[in-house]
Design a binder for this molecule. Sequence first.
Ligand SMILES: [Zn+2]
Length: 322
Amino acid sequence: MNRGRYLLIGGFAAAVVSVFFTSQMEAQPNSVQQIVPGVWFREGDIKKEGHCNNIIIEMKDYLIVVDANFPSGARLAAADAKKLSRKPVKYVFDTHHHGDHAYGNAVWTQMGATTLAYVGVAQEMKRYEPKRWQTANRKDVSELNAKTVEPPKQTFETTPFVIDDGTRRVEFHFFGWAHTRGDGFVYLPREQVLITGDAIVNGAYNYMGDGHVANWPKVAEAAGKRAIKHVLPAHGRPGGMEIVTGQAKFMREIYAGVQGLIKSGKSVDDVQKMGMAKSLEAALRFSPQSQNWVGDGLGGQAVATYEEITQKKPHGEIEGGK
Ligand SMILES: [Zn+2]
């Protein structure tokens, strides 16, 4: 066998694989893509604007938008919804209380929409606001001239909360505390579409400051227990069931990995230093299926996990949050 030629072929194959992966994973900020007829995925510009993704769902007489986004993201999503359909936006569903998902609420209600959320979202806002709103340090937030976030106008406690107008059934679910205490999911049973907020993301976007690391994989797995063809996360590109299983796996692995570091006598400062020195990733021994979730935030995620384990309570229960 000609070794040189073999290497060349190997190199070519690697190049093909990497092109395939980058075309799959590459961000396409501000693009709108139809997932199934009447369901669109709008990718937010997270890098430059901090925006989340929006999902636009067409009903018989109106549209439902998933996530309010930041105020500037709300305006972009509303403008794109107008291009897609002449129907008005009737409901905007906040998947959770974070600014990039809910601070645009007032923008949508001023346009005549009703903001909607699982009751846990309003409770999280009471817990953390107005402090976060007042320190958001964003032009689009301060320009609203409001003292705090506008809470969702309509909340529900019993899940699934269902909207079915005969043309489409939209289910709003709560599966427990993962990313926040209010994580709402949207499921379209006929189209087999699962919309996940930040509880399941596609890429290294997991913020764990308000989270419950130990419970997180259980929530992802509960959400995954239905027929699913399309998974639409609030950050990262659309995917399939591999995002659900990968997210659960990553959460289990970071928890087990940090538990191992604690047992070996590492302090929380050690873990933080390992995060800064980039030696943490190797120490936590992630499987290939979890790599998609491993990124720059790993140090902070490991510290949140460390505190959750040693203080024997969900991280979001820690005084004042983080
Ligand atoms: Zn979030």
